[in-house]
Design a protein around this ligand. Structure first.
Ligand code: GDP
Ligand code: MG
Length: 602
């Protein structure tokens, strides 16, 4: 029997996955210092935000008290709904999942969603009750919820405090028996799943793989099942704290693989790697490709950087396989790309990674969902970019994406959550009572409303207690119009957006007012207008700069002058010339704030 155990940790956000991973690493001697927090959140962005974005694999040697030695491959996963794809992929590399539940909170929306992902992947689910050190720990209630809401038995549920380490040694001792060992068909031809990948500046494309059959070593000839392309293996190894080279990888193991893969586009997460000598080996049933929900345009600030931007996207796509992208051009912004994301947090993180990891300045346009436009001639168009909408005369009706939303909230906050959902055009579908303290609200909500700031608002109105999960439901007819924005009488395609008809005028007025504050003044007057089908519905003018203001800036004190110039240079970095007007990056995202403000007043 194999001594390998592959498992991942899944949970609702903040229930303690990364903290438990830290304790496990410490107690098994993989890391030494206690000051090392959230070791697996190694990305700069993860540390800054205190959230896990990427699933991370680590190999842990463990010696049980009976003297037996095991190898654990642990995959820590993100908890936010936007990164569910990271979770579902990682699960395919494992035999079991530790389902961590914070006993001060109980089962929450993402606990349920993640548990179902594990069920779908046929994993053994091991319930673990965390944070038992807290004074208001509700161990028995939480157990009951796990049984009632998830149908998972909790008689032998492990109880731990990931923070102070209580119960973690017992957990480690129990894992070898709780997690089924992988099957080890070393004699069969190679079959390995690419469950993740990343780009390394020195080594190029690196595949994260789980070997199901056969084995792999340097010099082996492999083939990517879907493309038929063949490569020679340059290096294989494990994921320690760093990547550690090894002689070979065998069935049941998790590790990495480097080969000379010239074109990063040749590798797809979810693909199967087989031996070039056995080209007829079956593919491993891949996981479902995710459908992006939110789209935005990205454009290089400097037009010459187009190719560099394309290369950066290709490389980042290796490590974030859930995006989609295609070329797009805008009259205002030039050549760029339309990128599809799983949600707003995903989009924010992706753009920030392009900026940081590839040192690429860019302009991102207002995010939009995909619409279905049914033309008067009956043809149905799928449109991801508002500026590509047909004219009003050509449109019969518009359908927008709807998400079925599940909100679990303590009963005291049900009223304020319902008020919020109603203000976001939500339709109440059902109410359930998972236990005597809490209510589950099921709503159908337009995705366009969900993506803006629904999650943040929900947290605010419920003092942080509500949890949320959503699934795409389908497209439904909406009363929607396209609003165009004109800067200095030029229509700026990248600023067009789709609005529900009722609030279109108010929103346009607020947006134009915001732009007035964002766009720097020039020596001439700049009119800013909002229009529906050519009819102006909002207008503000940016007044010209007076000469003496300029004089003040450029005269006198040298250090002050330098500082101002520095400031200007920085500001310029994310500006784009539209006609003769400079428009800053913030302008393209200002609709987000407008809609955000909208709710604050309510
Ligand atoms: P993740 O989002 O599931 O990875 O959660 P983290 O590991 O980042 O933990 C979220 C927060 O809960 C952090 O502030 C941890 O310090 C805290 N936390 C985690 N485990 C425990 C525990 O057992 N007891 C207490 N009191 N706090 C914990
Ligand atoms: Mg985490």
């Amino acid at each position: 029997m194999s001594n390998i155990r592959n498992f991942s940790i899944i949970a609702h956000i903040d229930h303690g996955k990364s903290t438990l991973a830290d304790r496990i690493l410490e107690m098994t001697g993989v890391i030494h210092s206690k000051n090392n927090e959230q070791v697996l959140d190694s990305m700069e962005l993860e540390k800054e935000r205190g959230i896990t974005i990427k699933a991370t694999t680590i190999r842990i040697p463990f010696k049980a008290s009976d003297g037996r030695e095991y190898i654990f491959n642990l995959i820590d996963t993100p908890g936010h709904v936007d990164f569910n794809y990271e979770v579902s992929r990682s699960l395919y590399a494992c035999e079991a999942a530790l389902l961590l539940v914070d006993v001060s909170q109980g089962v929450e929306a993402q606990t349920v969603a993640n548990a179902y992902l594990a069920v779908d992947a046929n994993l053994e689910i091991i319930p673990v009750l965390n944070k038992i050190d807290l004074p208001h720990a509700m161990v028995d209630d939480t157990k009951m919820q796990i049984e009632d809401m998830l149908g998972i038995l909790t008689d032998n549920a492990l109880k731990v405090s990931a923070k102070d380490g209580t119960g973690v040694p017992e957990l480690l001792e129990a894992l070898p028996d709780l997690i089924p060992p992988p099957s080890t068909n070393t004699d069969k031809p190679l079959k390995a799943l690419i469950f993740d990948s990343h780009y390394d500046t020195y080594r190029g494309t690196i595949c994260h793989i789980r070997i199901f059959d056969g084995s792999l070593k340097q010099g082996d000839k492999i083939q990517v099942k879907s493309t038929g392309k063949q490569y020679e293996v340059e290096e294989v190894g494990y994921f320690g704290i760093r990547m550690e080279k090894s002689n070979n990888l065998e069935a049941g193991e998790v590790g990495y693989l480097c080969a000379v893969i010239r074109d990063v586009k040749d590798i797809h997460v979810g693909d199967t790697i087989i031996s070039a000598d056995h080209p007829n080996t079956d593919a491993i049933p891949g996981f479902k490709k995710m459908k992006p929900m939110v789209f935005c345009g990205i454009y290089p600030i400097n037009t010459n950087d187009y190719d560099k931007l394309l290369k950066s996207i290709n490389k980042l796509e290796l490590n974030d396989s859930s995006i989609t992208f295609e070329k797009e051009s805008s009259a205002a912004l030039g050549h760029g790309f339309r990128i599809g994301f799983l949600g707003m947090l995903h989009m924010e993180i992706f753009l920030e990674r392009i900026r940081r990891e590839f040192d690429q300045e860019l302009i991102a346009t207002m995010p939009s969902v995909a619409y279905k436009v049914i033309r008067t001639d009956g043809e149905e168009l799928n449109i991801e970019n508002p500026s590509k909408f047909p004219t009003v005369q050509e449109i019969d009706h518009i359908k927008e994406p709807i998400v079925r939303t599940k909100i679990i909230v303590p009963s005291d906050y049900v009223g304020s959550c319902m008020e919020l959902a109603n203000s976001k055009r939500g339709k109440l579908v059902d109410m359930e009572y998972p236990d005597d303290r809490r209510t589950t609200l099921i709503y159908d909500l337009p995705l366009a409303e969900m993506i803006i700031d629904f999650y943040d608002k929900l947290k605010t109105v419920s003092r942080g207690y509500a949890s949320l999960d959503y699934d795409f439901k389908g497209f439904e007819k909406g009363d929607l119009v396209k609003v165009d924005i004109l800067v200095n009488s030029d229509q700026v395609d990248a600023l067009s957006y789709i609005s529900e008809r009722e609030s279109a005028v108010t929103k346009a007025r607020k947006l134009v007012h915001r732009l007035l504050k964002l766009i720097p003044r020039q020596q001439f007057k700049i009119p800013l207008q909002g229009a529906i089908n050519g009819k102006i519905i909002a207008r503000e003018d940016i007044s010209p700069v007076r000469k003496d203001v300029l004089a003040k800036c450029y005269g006198g004190d040298v250090t002050r002058k330098k500082k101002l110039l520095e400031k200007q240079k920085k500001g310029k970095k994310r500006m784009k010339m539209i006609g003769s007007v400079e428009v800053p990056q913030e302008a393209f995202l200002s609709l987000l704030q407008v809609q955000g403000d909208d709710n604050k007043k309510k």
